[in-house]
Ligand binder design. Structure first.
Ligand code: GDP
Length: 210
């Protein structure tokens, strides 16, 4: 998939205010500082699209980006241009937010994830430098209960040796195996090295064509 354009559209306080659900949508979520903005910018080839390291935890809104893309091998004048939404969801696990802000976040995220009819897939970002964290496991288990389709994207893979990253990925999947019969698709990524970009975009393209 070739990204032709990626533009910020709107930030919404809840799912009822989101843009008309007239195209496939892919959401990104993870704990604050996991590298979500960097990954979104890397996928879209735009360093300024999502704000990196602004003020973690502050933006409690559903952020829509309008993406225009072309399938691999299609000429720019081809007729198979695709339009989809990329959604940057506010991160979880930020220590400095109040209890009431956290509750508000939970309600907004739950409503969005369970009701957004054009939502095709959620990419749950996990920091590849760490062993499985309860917060991340709780979140994916919650998605399972809600029957929301998701993939895992392990981030910052350039920061550790490949061996350490593989160990952490395996440990996370092993932890999931305790309660999950089928494991989700996973991507190992680095915004720094543009790692995982092709595979994630291919996955989105395949979903768009389903
Ligand atoms: P967010 O809060 O999840 O949106 O995280 P950011 O994208 O703002 O990234 C948090 C910090 O991690 C920033 O200092 C980024 O430069 C750094 N970071 C993010 N992704 C990568 C990566 O793939 N490799 C490296 N080395 N650093 C990264």
């Amino acid at each position: 998939m070739i990204i032709q354009s990626a533009t910020y559209l709107i930030s919404s306080p809840d799912y009822t205010k989101c843009p008309k659900p007239d195209r496939p949508e892919y959401a990104f979520i993870g704990r604050s500082n996991v590298g979500k903005s960097s990954l979104i910018n890397m996928l879209c080839d735009n360093h300024k699209l999502a704000k990196t390291s602004g003020s973690p935890g502050k933006t409690q809104l559903i952020n829509h980006f309008d993406i225009k893309s072309l399938p691999d091998g299609e000429s720019p004048s081809g007729s198979r241009n695709e339009a989809w939404y990329l959604v940057d969801l506010p991160g979880y696990g930020f220590a400095k937010v109040s209890q009431s802000q956290r509750k508000q976040w939970e309600k907004m995220i739950e409503n969005y994830l369970r009701n957004r009819e054009n939502l095709i897939n959620v990419f749950v970002l996990i920091d590849s430098r760490h062993s499985p964290q309860k917060l991340d496991l709780d979140f994916v288990n919650q998605l399972g209960e809600w029957e929301v389709p998701f993939c895992l994207a392990f981030t910052k893979a350039d920061k550790e040796t490949q061996k350490e990253v593989s160990k952490n990925v395996k440990a996370f999947l092993d932890a999931m195996r305790k309660t999950w019969q089928f494991l989700p698709r996973n991507f190992v990524t680095s915004a720094e090295k543009k790692m995982g970009r092709d595979k994630m975009l291919q996955f989105i393209e395949a979903c768009n064509n389903e």
